[in-house]
Structure formats: C-alpha cells, structure tokens
Design a protein. Structure first.
Length: 283
C-alpha cells in the first residue's frame, strides 16, 4: 500500500492533530527543559539580580524607540508599495526584504562599517551628539535595521486589502485624499500595522548577532541614564560563558515575562480593552 493510500485511511482531523501536537511539542519541550535545568531557586535568584532588570529595561527602552521609528518610516513605505506604481518598485521591495535574509553577524558588521569613526554618518552623529556604537542608540539602530521590514511588509499587505469602493464612496461625499486616508485607509489597515509592529518588537528584542558587534555594551547616553549594561540577549550570552545554570535561569525568567505579556494581551482582548476584537489581530 502506498503512503498516499495509507494516509487516505486516516481521519484528516486525527492527522492534523498529530502533526500539530508534534510542532507544539517542539515549541514547548525545550522551554520546559530550560526551566527544569534552571530550578525555581535559580530563577528566583536571577530575578533578584538588579543587573538582569537593568539589561531588560535598556532593551525594552530601545525596542520601544525602534518600534516608533519603524512605524514612522515603515508605514509610509508600505503604503507606497501597496497603492502606488513607480520605477524600481521591485528593487525597493527587494531592499525591504534584504535585512530579513541577511545573517545577524553580517548585519552587525555592515552597520559597524557604516557608522565607523571617520565616516560621514559618524561625523553627523557626533555633531548631533548621538553615539552610534556601544550606546542605546546603537541598540535602536540594530533593532530598526533587523525589524523594520516586518512593519513595512505588514503595512503593505494591510493597505492592499483596503476596499476601493469604500474609498470611492468617501471621496464622493467630499472627502479629500488626506481625509480618506486618515478616516478610511489607515483605520482599515491598523490591525495589520499593529501586527507588523509587534513582529518588529519581537525581532529586535530577540536579536543578538549584530548586538555582539555594535552594542555589546550600553553606556549611558541619550534617554538611557542607567549604569553600564548590555542588551538582555547579550547579558544571557555572557552568563552562558560563566555559569550555564544562571544563564538558563535568566532565559527562563525572560520567557516567563514574555508569557505574562501574552496572557495580559489575551485578557485585555477578552475584556474588550484593545482596539480590536478577540481573534481579529492580523486580519
């Protein structure tokens, strides 16, 4: 009996359940092994270490700024790609996809050479008082580079879904192009844009390769006025070289915080406290 014939005898629901359970096991079992190795006492100890919270604060601060910049620059680009025709459009879309495909260390090396002392970017940054190496701005730069593509792509897909008939109806009622964009196009695309922003945030927080080159340490500058620290991913990496159990504890604590944030979103959705209904995000 061929494989196809054997599969035909299995209920699609059962087959889907087995395959889905296999993937979920792959997602969850390594995290359970991580938490088991860390031990509750180790997680509690790491949670009492102010260095972990300083690294997390710096990372969340940088990621918030990076998401804001990505929205400011990425949403207009997504709109142009979705709604306008212009020469070189395919090249622009390829440029947007490039940071998604470039290895992390390559991205860090490219950014370092771009902002290295003596370059035009370095001189401009020095004049503006914005250090682009070993500072919060270096972290922001890396996060925007590796993550803004997701905001652009999600925005483009969302703007493409805008109903042309609705736009025409708004224009027929006297709405200017700006009014139509603000009152119809942008609200319609807002859920998809938010999805892209969340992906940009997650991609930035999870980065490490480019941080090791451009932002291995974070010195006080700009909006960050705390002590010398590092992005939280680099902090865990450094612990890995010194104490594997401590690294596992810090990683587990980060996973638990991410889980708490996810549950908070789920609860807020259920209570109707978010600008979308439950299950609508990304649609």
């Amino acid at each position: 009996m061929s494989l196809r014939a054997r599969l035909a005898t299995v209920s699609p629901t059962v087959l889907s359940g087995v395959l889905s359970a296999s993937l979920l096991a792959l997602f969850l079992l390594p995290l359970l092994a991580l938490a088991e190795f860390a031990t509750p006492a180790g997680i509690w100890k790491e949670g009492s270490d102010p260095q972990f919270w300083t690294a997390l604060y710096a990372t969340l601060l940088a990621s918030s700024i990076a998401v804001g910049i990505s929205l400011l620059l990425g949403v207009p680009l997504g709109y142009l790609l979705a709604r306008k025709s212009f020469p070189g459009k395919s090249l622009v879309r390829s440029a947007v996809l490039l940071p998604v495909m470039v290895p992390h260390l390559v991205a860090g090396l490219a950014l370092l050479l771009w902002v290295a002392p003596g370059t035009a970017v370095s001189r401009l940054a020095s004049w503006a008082g914005v250090p682009l190496v070993y500072s919060i701005w270096a972290v922001v730069l890396v996060m925007v580079y590796v993550g803004a593509s997701y905001t652009v792509l999600a925005s483009e897909l969302s703007f493409r879904r805008t109903d042309e008939e609705t736009l025409e109806a708004a224009r027929s009622l006297g709405a200017t192009p700006t009014d139509a964009f603000l009152d119809v196009t942008l609200p319609t695309a807002s859920r998809g844009i938010l999805t892209g922003a969340l992906l940009t945030w997650a991609r930035g927080v999870s980065e490490i390769g480019a941080f090791l080159i451009l932002a291995y340490a974070i010195y006080p500058a700009g909006p960050y006025t705390g002590g010398v620290t590092s992005p939280v991913s680099v902090y865990i990496y450094n612990l890995y070289g010194l104490n594997l159990r401590a690294a596992a504890a810090a990683a587990t604590l980060l996973v638990l915080l991410a889980l708490a944030a996810f549950l908070a979103v789920q609860i807020a959705e259920r209570w109707g406290r978010l600008p979308w209904r439950r299950g609508e995000i990304g649609t």
